[in-house]
Ligand binder design. Sequence first.
Ligand SMILES: Cc1ncc(COP(=O)(O)O)c(C=O)c1O
Length: 373
Amino acid sequence: MNRIPVFTTVLEGNELRYLTDCIESGWISSEGPYVGRFEKEFAAYHGRRHGITVCNGTAALEVAIAALKLGPGDEVILPTFTIVSCALAVIRAGATPVLVDCHPDTWNMDVAEVARKITSRTKAIMAVHIYGLPAQIGPLRELARQHGIHLIEDAAEAIGLKYQGQLCGSIGELSTFSFYANKHVTTGEGGMILTDDDDLAARCRSLRNLCFQPPRRFVHEEMGWNMRMCNLQAAVGLAQLERLGKTVARKQEIGAAYQKYLRGAPGLELPLARTADAENVYWIYGVVLSDSVPFDAAEAAKRLAQQGIDTRPFFWGMHEQPVFQRRGLFAGEKHPVSERIARRGFYLPTGLNIEPAQIEFVSETLKRMVAPS
Ligand SMILES: Cc1ncc(COP(=O)(O)O)c(C=O)c1O
């Protein structure tokens, strides 16, 4: 039986040509010219002044928090339904994460709850675009403006996604990205921070590069990291960026095909194809099992795997993470929407070269599995 992988990467553009150029020129470190080119092109695509590459999306969040000098006593509001990287960045900085639940229909953070949780200690909102639909970044930006607090926008899953016609990642004071292999632009591992603020850009550049100082290189005023991206990664990233339009169109085609096969299927809650703000780009195609289905997502994944279909579980809320609970964080917190979709949600294969017949097979297998007997 041929397994249908949850994701596959396509590297069919200039990736090999640019990599060959790196090898032939001998430029493989972060000093090579593709790093600057990729930063410039990626920032320009988003209409931003500065792009600062880093080694992954988790690092991008850590650098963003450090650039804003957030630390002990500062609260950062973020969704509980997200990747652990978001909470880690806040906690590692010594700041306090304040969690909000998500909407049952878009799986993105609840803006009304963000507004309720703003206190005199709140210093930033970390907005995260989830699974192919945007957070309500307009109202979040307005809240941040009204309260004089920072807005970090995590657009790792939203490269090429538009919110009210504006690209995600073009809106936050600092916007972060991941270029892991399953992202719309990949460098294998990699990340980027975009900003229009010259001082923040300079701080990000310094922090990701050990806070070397131009006049006295080995004298350090601050603690930085080596979170640099190398020329080989940037070369792949530049080629990937050239193909971004095709990649997003392909994702939308895959999403539309799943919608066609699964629409109206009893037992399944499907992602919204569009909201008032956006067209879904289906970074992943997630489904949530209705309460009428007598088993959970873990069981569904096991049964689909037996049919050769690879899936992934949804995020597990930050407030339910043993590692944070052991530190005394989020004690007694309840976020019912995130708790439900963590247990009943999972995503289907969305590899860029998945075939129409495979999408049909996955859909029909899933429908049969959840159909009332
Ligand atoms: C929303 C979000 N933020 C951050 C990250 C972390 O990126 P990375 O895996 O490159 O560290 C991810 C990773 O998938 C993500 O989905």
